[in-house]
Write a protein that binds this ligand. Structure first.
Ligand code: CTP
Ligand code: MG
Length: 582
């Protein structure tokens, strides 16, 4: 069991190595003795793709540089999730007993507390996964009679007498987080915004108040790991990876958690005994739907903490929606969808290239929600993902972000990635290797200018004839009659905005005009509601005065605010009149 868990711990690293070995051609993926069609396709693709990197093949410099920043972050977070356990306690008073009990099984690195409704939870991070395995083997089921006896990954700590099996020598661990996962209220956010010195400062304050903190990220990885543990009891080679806005830095508190289930290919060993198995082709749509349907029912009936399971199996990418009660997260689970993971990596990279990207995306997403341009339910309106692509495209036009074509041009052999269905997801992943113009940008506009510029851009863009191409970084003639056309950067035959209708497009246009007017007329701090408070419809809160960001957050805000003020002032002409499309 310990061995199996240790294997799980390292499995993601193996997965990563797999891709690396793909690229170097040192491994041929096999499925039950046969090279699967998708692996074959992938190999052919990679062979073709490798041709472009002949120069880097023998370069010791490049082969030593494994620029997997995003992947390394994911691997580290997954490792942290494997070494952590979630325990429900009666109240915070149980912390000492819990620590004493757990310390018997190994070194504790950190403890984080949060409350969900009236329930208290403590996330304990151990130094070694073995400690958790030992705790699991000494745990028991509760007193209830009619239960599905599944060994869950979430525990309830019963406060009863226990004798320490050896003298505790670990000193008391201070909670790294107490009452984590509390979200700022609209009133508190309004207060942060009111107190900023400039509109740029407001945008930074908004971003700092809404971005996911360390505990929230831990709990997202932990949720993925819990699912992976359950599914691993059915399948040998299964992974559940988080992706989407929880990972690319565009996510805000309470955003959904996107999860993808991946069946890694099993290494074929030449043993005497071979398992009997059934065939399973998740690349085939019908089989995938059936598989997801069965998984959804299993999750609903047997996995503790999972509630409100909804199957959305007819969509282009079938998903299972569910709530995970212990971490209070709404999740979307899809299967074998590596393109979406690489897309998150691309968006994350764009977020890393310039510090202004994430605050700008955050304020624009929040603006769109406040204007009912986006919605939590899917429909004929633009999604947060497409809206983020629109912002990235605008920043490409401002020479702040490179095109995907440029990122591909600078890719090395280490960057080769290809999905299960042959989509080439190769692009330079190491910021250090980008062309100098993207490291030392000539455009140093502050966030206020960029926000204004974005609204100007979308209110003047000819969406009726033109489409947007992040890959080329250019405007393209619209190749179809869709109201809004934004090419999927990795799968260029797809339009990510195919769902958007003309009414919704006109609404975006109209609201962008309104936003310009607001930024032109409400930019003075003299009013109670000013700048983006008006933009986000944060109305007339009485000012509470005393609420503050913590010291670290405040020092970042002060630094960035002063820095962006020095750079440039937005060129706002108050005499400009509000324009509105009819
Ligand atoms: N994605 C994609 N192609 C699409 C839609 C989504 O590749 N047409 C990928 C992107 O990586 C995206 C992720 O799937 O980030 C999750 O999609 P979604 O949840 O719609 O977007 P998020 O960016 O996560 O935004 P939100 O915070 O609204 O969930
Ligand atoms: Mg999402």
């Amino acid at each position: 069991m310990a061995l199996l868990n240790r294997a799980n711990l390292n499995s993601f690293n193996l997965l990563l190595n797999h891709y690396y070995k793909f690229a170097t051609g040192t491994v041929r993926l096999k499925t039950r003795g046969q090279i699967s069609l998708s692996s074959h396709l992938r190999q052919e693709k990679i062979k073709q793709m490798s041709g472009n990197f002949a120069d880097s093949e023998n370069s010791p410099e490049l082969s030593n540089v494994k620029s997997r920043t995003f992947e390394t972050i994911i691997a580290n977070r997954r490792d942290q999730a494997c070494r952590s356990m979630l325990v429900q306690v009666k109240s915070l008073d149980s912390q000492d007993d819990l620590q004493n009990y757990c310390a018997q099984f190994g070194d504790i690195l950190s403890m984080h507390h949060y409350q969900k409704d009236k329930e208290h939870y403590i996330l304990i991070e151990f130094k070694d996964i073995v400690s958790i395995n030992e705790i699991m083997s000494s745990a028991s089921f509760g007193d209830e009679v009619s239960i599905a006896p599944i060994k869950s990954s979430v525990f309830w700590f019963r406060k009863r007498q226990f004798t320490l099996s050896y003298k505790k020598n670990q000193k008391k661990i201070m909670l790294a987080t107490e009452n984590g996962c509390t979200y700022p209220t609209e009133k508190e956010i309004a207060n942060f915004l009111h107190n900023a010195k400039s509109i740029s400062g407001q945008i930074i304050n908004l971003y700092e108040a809404l971005k996911l903190n360390d505990l929230e990220i831990r709990l997202r990885f932990h949720t993925a790991y819990h699912l992976e543990q359950y599914f691993s009891r059915l399948f040998q080679n299964i992974k559940v990876l988080p992706f989407g806005s929880s990972l690319n830095g565009f996510g805000t508190k309470r955003c959904d958690l996107d999860l993808v289930l991946i069946l890694d290919n099993i290494q074929n060993k030449s043993t005497n005994m071979v398992f009997h198995t059934k065939s399973m082709k998740l690349n085939e749509r019908r089989e995938k739907k059936e598989f997801m349907g069965i998984l959804a029912s299993t999750m609903q009936h047997f996995i503790p903490g999972i509630h409100n399971v909804r199957k959305i199996l007819e969509a282009r990418v079938p998903i299972i929606k569910f709530n995970y009660n212990y971490t209070n997260i709404e999740c979307d689970l899809s299967a074998t969808n590596m393109t979406a993971v690489y897309m998150s990596e691309l968006l994350n990279l764009y977020g890393e290239i310039d510090w202004r990207v994430r605050p700008l995306v955050t304020v624009i997403r929040k603006w769109a929600k406040s204007q009912k341009i986006t919605s939590d339910v899917p429909g004929q309106w633009i999604t947060n993902f497409s809206l983020s692509l629109l912002v990235l495209f605008y920043l490409q036009q401002q020479h702040i972000l490179p095109s995907l074509k440029t990122l591909k041009l600078y890719a090395t052999r280490d960057d080769i990635r290809c999905t299960e269905n042959g989509i080439d997801c190769t692009f330079q992943r190491n910021l250090e290797k980008l062309p100098a113009e993207y490291k030392y940008k000539s455009n140093q506009d502050n966030l206020e200018s960029l926000l204004y510029g974005f609204f100007k851009f979308i209110s003047t863009f000819n969406f009726y004839t033109d489409g947007i191409c992040i890959r080329e970084g250019t405007v393209i003639p619209k190749p179809s009659s869709s109201a809004l056309y934004i090419t999927n950067p990795l799968e260029t035959t797809l339009n990510v905005c195919k769902n958007v209708n003309t009414y919704e497009l006109n609404l975006i246009n109209e609201k962008a005009h309104d936003a310009l007017f607001i930024l032109e007329t409400h930019n003075s701090k003299n009013n109670n509601d000013w700048g983006i408070m008006v933009l986000l419809k944060m109305k007339n809160f009485e000012i509470m005065g005393t609420l503050k960001l913590n010291r670290k957050e405040q020092s970042i805000v002060d630094y960035l605010e002063n820095y962006s003020d020095e750079i440039s002032k937005v060129d706002i002409n108050p005499s400009k009149k509000k324009k509105k499309t009819v």
